[in-house]
Design a protein around this ligand. Sequence first.
Ligand SMILES: Nc1ncnc2c1ncn2[C@@H]1O[C@H](COP(=O)(O)OP(=O)(O)O)[C@@H](O)[C@H]1O
Ligand SMILES: [Mg+2]
Length: 313
Amino acid sequence: MSRVAVLKGGRSLERQVSLRSGARVQDALERLGHDVIGIDVGTDLVDRLAADRPDVAFVALHGRDGEDGTVQELLEVMGIPYTGSGVSACIRAADKVLAKHAMRDQGIPTPDFYAFNETAFQALGAAQALPAIESRLEFPIVVKPAGQGSALGIKFARTAADVPAALVAAFSYDRKVLLERHVPGRDLAVSILADGGRATSLPIVEAVPQQEDFYDFEARYEIGRTKFVCPAQLDQAVAARASAIALESYELLGCAGFARVDLMLERDDEALFVLEVNTVPGLTETSLLPQAAEAAGISFDQLIARILGAIGD
Ligand SMILES: Nc1ncnc2c1ncn2[C@@H]1O[C@H](COP(=O)(O)OP(=O)(O)O)[C@@H](O)[C@H]1O
Ligand SMILES: [Mg+2]
């Protein structure tokens, strides 16, 4: 038995999801016989950790602070071992621009993109380069903030007229945005779980939007608006390729413990493209990684035990 602090909530836009993930993790840890302390992460985080002195921390924070390496850095400073990826993997994965550059350099397929920070528009006239970008990427173009998650701030620009508003929306979430080639096709998620020091992939989940033309934030969390199919109905060769690419992305960024890799399978030629790697994927009742684990015969409690057991591997 260990004393486990579950870090949840926080100030990210995904606070509500994190509170649900955290509560579910706490219940599982209690069933596993641990002494559990739930911490809603705020300005008193360091004081709480110093006072509670947990043996380990379970990071159930999504998005800002919890997924970008900030909380991991504090835990390092305080000498408290924690679940999941370390500081450098979190920093690289949370920044889609950094992650995509790393993937492209490594030869891992990711949709073509161009990325700019605010100052490029304000001080260097980057807006004048938009027509060149638009002709290279072709419409529709996906405009997204470098950070965040849960499809927040992501817009599909169908024509050049949509681009300015899409950029403004993305810049309201981050100072860096990317314009990315739209990949028409199927939305796949490959969950990765450490297994005795080695990472393995779990059955693939396909997210099938029921109404929207795009898998958006609302659809994702409202039960019934997105249908999840697990294991996804895929050609065996395609599934094997998706799993291999996802594992390669996980290793490339230096992830640990668990992660979820989001990919697109292009409709016509079955090409696969990695969109992003989530270092603290959702752990709620409707989240994809727990569903994938379930399909592999791993119960939620077993999943949490595995993630906890992978610390320090
Ligand atoms: N380049 C793209 N082509 C097609 N769909 C995309 C593209 N980028 C994002 N999407 C859609 O938006 C969703 C969220 O994008 P993603 O890059 O995973 O960001 P988030 O961090 O918000 O999850 C994807 O699951 C997919 O449905
Ligand atoms: Mg995603």
